[in-house]
Design a protein around this ligand. Sequence first.
Ligand SMILES: [Zn+2]
Length: 141
Amino acid sequence: MVKRALDLWWVKRPHLFMSNRTVKIALWNKDPRCHWCKRPTILTNLPYIKGSPDPRMATIDHVVSRYHAQRWVKKQPREKRRVLACYECNHNRSTQETLNIPREEIMKRSQGFSLSPKGKPKIIKPVATIDEALKKLNSSK
Ligand SMILES: [Zn+2]
């Protein structure tokens, strides 16, 4: 009885438990094609990657990169920030982007969220506006 009630509670509030994998499966079920190249992706269930992953492997890509201050601004109610992308597109996008930005700029811009406290993130929680995000990222503290 208790278990059933709990299951229902969970089913009604999936957003509270959306892990990256859950998000990926939800996106994949809606449309298994890559957001960028439109080729179908493959949903894999690997606990870790052995060797080079399949280029068609489904991954979650962030529309707004971590180098962009917009990433640290609170989402609009219906804004989509995560999309399904094949491993190849996701990987190429991040590699290209990093290559196109000078190193000091990368160091400066990636000081938003960080899972490691050693990264000394300047922004811990999403802020309301892009101005606020820029102000924090540019402050020397
Ligand atoms: Zn792709």
